[in-house]
Design a protein around this ligand. Structure first.
Ligand code: NAP
Length: 281
């Protein structure tokens, strides 16, 4: 079997066109959706991420503000900036790029963001909304995975979904979203013995680990849907996921590539959340 690709670039183009259309409709009513991106320090990867986020906003007709600060910005000053953005009516979404310098308590900063502007979905209020199934912002990466499953018309009801990884930003929210979509969910992690025992029974596998070849062909049920969140480098320095793509694509029914899979969807869902924050306001 050769799996069908779930193309994150194509789906992103479609969703971003919808964001642009809805943003134009809001603008016509005098509201331009606005995202503030706050970057502290000069982490090279973070600089690339924030640049891409700002560019994606501009391309979709959203207003964006990039606030850059030196690595020695104090926690108190950062909290004061977040407060000011909370009160700024031109800003509907606030994103503080992680990681923050060590002297700043990242969780404290995230908790300072108004839940109404928490478009990253990292605030405890957003996490609580996801747990209880009430309205709130869903974290962008797992939300993007759900949209990819929806794009192929996949009905999760009654299916067994296995999530590999339990981070607060991907694995745990992913599991809760799959549960909300009526899948039976197994969450696995570094202390899970015999990972293959679980994945071989899975109709859907989401790999969010950060290690190459965590999922190989012998660990996958024929026809399963495989979503690869991982971002790693191979021996030649090329971007690759957690899944042995070449092997697994011969067994799975559907698979997401890296690059061109979950990556573009993460920024797309940030745009969707920002637009929705503006619509709700
Ligand atoms: P993380 O915080 O490091 O979490 C990794 C998880 O994997 C942990 O829960 C860990 O278990 C688990 N794990 C480690 N080794 C394992 C193993 N051998 N078997 C099973 N589970 C194992 O990472 P993250 O932030 O969730 O990110 C995961 C990957 O996704 C990274 O490659 C990251 O770059 C990528 N990512 C991509 C996007 C995107 O937009 N495409 C967005 C976010 C993240 P323990 O909890 O027991 O340590």
């Amino acid at each position: 079997m050769t799996a069908q690709l779930i193309d994150g670039n194509a789906l992103s183009r479609q969703l971003r066109a919808d964001v642009a259309r809805r943003a134009a409709a809001l603008k016509a009513r005098g509201v331009t959706p606005g995202l503030a991106v706050v970057l502290v320090g000069d982490n090279p990867a973070s600089q690339v991420y924030v640049r891409n986020k700002v560019r994606a906003c501009e391309d979709s007709g959203l207003h964006s503000v990039l606030e850059k600060y030196d690595a020695d910005l104090s926690e108190a000053d950062l909290l004061a900036r977040v407060e000011a953005l909370n009160d700024d009516p031109a800003i509907h979404g606030i994103l503080v790029q992680l990681p923050l310098p060590r002297h700043i308590d990242a969780q404290k900063v995230i908790e300072a963001i108004s839940p109404a502007k928490d478009v990253d979905g990292f605030h405890v209020a957003s996490a609580g909304a996801l747990v209880t199934g009430t309205p709130g912002f869903w974290p962008c990466t797992p939300y993007g995975c759900i949209r990819m499953l929806e794009s192929i018309g996949y009905d999760l009801r009654g299916k067994h979904a296995v999530v590999i990884g339990r981070s607060n930003i991907v694995g745990k929210p992913m599991a809760l979203m799959l549960l909300q979509k009526n899948a039976t969910v197994t969450v696995t992690h570094s202390a899970t013995p015999d990972l293959a025992h679980f994945t071989r029974d899975a109709d859907v596998v989401v790999a969010a680990v950060g290690k190459r070849n965590v999922l190989t062909a012998d660990m996958v049920k024929p026809g399963a849907v495989v979503i690869d969140v991982g971002m790693n480098r191979d021996d030649e320095g090329k971007l690759c996921g957690d899944v042995d793509f070449e092997g697994v694509k011969e067994v799975a029914g559907w698979i997401t590539p890296v690059p061109g899979g979950v990556g573009p969807m993460t920024i797309t869902m940030l745009l969707v959340n920002t637009l929705e924050a503006a619509e709700r306001s």
